[in-house]
Write a protein that binds this ligand. Structure first.
Ligand SMILES: Cc1cc2nc3c(=O)[nH]c(=O)nc-3n(C[C@H](O)[C@H](O)[C@H](O)COP(=O)(O)O)c2cc1C
Length: 406
């Protein structure tokens, strides 16, 4: 089952369409918003009308399409200021590179930019363009400017483009746009919730100077902590050793070993509405950690045997509590992603498992990007490669949706 977007009854969405190949997707987007109960009105740039007709958008939205700034007729009915006041959310989808540039520079020479300038409501922008256009310094700088001024930038997605090239620049999938846009209406998808997240690796001592660990950087767990905090949650981050800065407003508990982490989780889990186990916890630890540094060739020995003992299964212990929080596990796999994730979901009685392929060095452990498959009891969902931060935002929305439907 797909996560259901927040109900949009009585919500007013002003959809701005600019001139790009993806303009045809605005038709489907309009329908999907209406399915959720939203009232949708349309502004099209002149270029957009070359890609999809105003008649189509008028028929779908059931309202006249707004095209011109300097039109005495429309100005007396619903002019630019009224349109800006009417909207609960302005979403520009698709947003052209040209629109980003003009909005970032504060232009007000057509209806769409003028309404955006006049708006007091949130403005969300879903860019769509050729990957080279998206990666150009000018476009990236416009994106940063708009972000810094409070605009919400949704996407773009990666993949095959209409021009035949592959890369970042596709319009975010319509389903995800509806989810992300509807989340902007909430006070915060996780407002009032307490989320406990584990992150990073653990270190299992062999002696006072040596340990066994793994390649987890903690980036995914920290990104998730930031996204959950941004969504209004009180976040407790229980982290193994990493070099990362603790995100704003997040309470950090630093630990070293799996046993420490287990203990720290147990000490706060009573407070949790949601538990997300992202840490790469060592399954085993040396049975005995030597008190003194183990010397080379001690007693002439040429080999050294260490004995290991199983560590507590932190997430399973959380899931088995009678008053368990909504419990999310991560599965770092190198093959058969979905099958292994499903097994973990069932065996550990979790509510949701996020599987990522650590065999691919572009994503997973140390990388800045990730691509995941989210598996729950009645379905699954693939989130394509994107930054760990963007991925975390989408994951938080999915978790919030599923939590509210349990
Ligand atoms: C066939 C065709 C496809 C285009 N596709 C895109 C696109 O996907 N994204 C984009 O930013 N610009 C695209 N452009 C360029 C824009 O249409 C152009 O920059 C235009 O001035 C945008 O105007 P607007 O931002 O006022 O809508 C395309 C142009 C053509 C001719």
């Amino acid at each position: 089952m797909e996560p259901t977007p927040i109900n949009l009854n009585n919500r007013r969405i002003l959809l701005g369409i600019t001139g790009g190949i993806a303009a045809y997707k605005a038709a489907e987007l309009t329908r999907r918003f209406q399915d959720q109960g939203a009232d949708v009105r349309i502004i099209m740039t002149r270029s957009a009308t070359e890609f999809i007709t105003p008649l189509t958008m008028q028929a779908l939205s059931k309202h006249p399409v707004h095209l011109d700034l300097l039109n005495p007729d429309t100005e007396s009915v619903m002019g630019h200021i009224e349109l800006a006041r009417w909207a609960d959310l302005i979403l520009i989808a698709p947003a052209s590179a040209n629109f980003l540039a003009r909005f970032a520079s504060g232009h007000g020479d057509d209806l769409l930019t003028t309404v955006c300038l006049a708006a007091e409501c949130p403005v969300a922008i879903a860019p769509a363009m050729n990957q080279a256009m998206w990666s150009k310094a000018a476009t990236q700088s416009n994106r940063s400017t708009l972000l810094s001024r409070g605009a919400h930038i949704l996407g773009p997605d990666e993949g095959l483009q209409a021009c035949g090239e592959t890369g970042a620049g596709r319009l975010m999938a319509v389903d995800d746009l509806v989810l992300r846009a509807s989340a902007l209406f909430s006070t915060g998808a996780l407002q009032g919730k307490t989320v406990v997240i584990t992150a990073g690796p653990t270190r299992e001592a062999i002696d006072p100077v040596r340990y066994i660990s793994n390649h987890s950087s903690g980036k995914q767990g920290y990104a998730l902590a930031a996204a959950a905090s941004d969504a209004g949650a009180h976040v407790i981050l229980i982290s193994g050793p990493t070099h990362l800065a603790v995100p704003d407003r997040v309470t950090a508990i630093n630990v070293v070993s799996a046993l420490d982490m287990h203990e720290a989780v147990q000490s706060v889990i009573d407070q949790a509405d949601i538990f997300i186990g992202v840490a790469a916890v060592a399954d085993y630890r040396p049975t005995i950690a030597a008190n003194q540094k183990i010397k080379k060739n001690q007693d002439g020995q040429r080999s050294l045997t260490l004995e290991f003992i199983e560590n507590p299964d932190i997430i399973k212990a959380v899931a088995q509590r009678p008053d368990r929080p909504f419990t999310v596990g991560f599965a770092a796999e190198t093959e058969h992603l979905e099958t292994h994730a499903k097994q973990k979901l069932v065996n550990k009685q979790l509510d949701l498992v996020v599987a990522n392929n650590v065999a691919n060095t572009d994503i997973g452990f140390n990388a800045d990007d990730n691509a995941i498959t989210v598996v729950y009891h009645d379905g699954s969902r693939v989130l394509p490669m994107m930054s760990k931060r963007a991925l975390s935002e989408r994951l938080v929305e999915i978790i919030a949706q599923r939590l509210s439907s349990t």
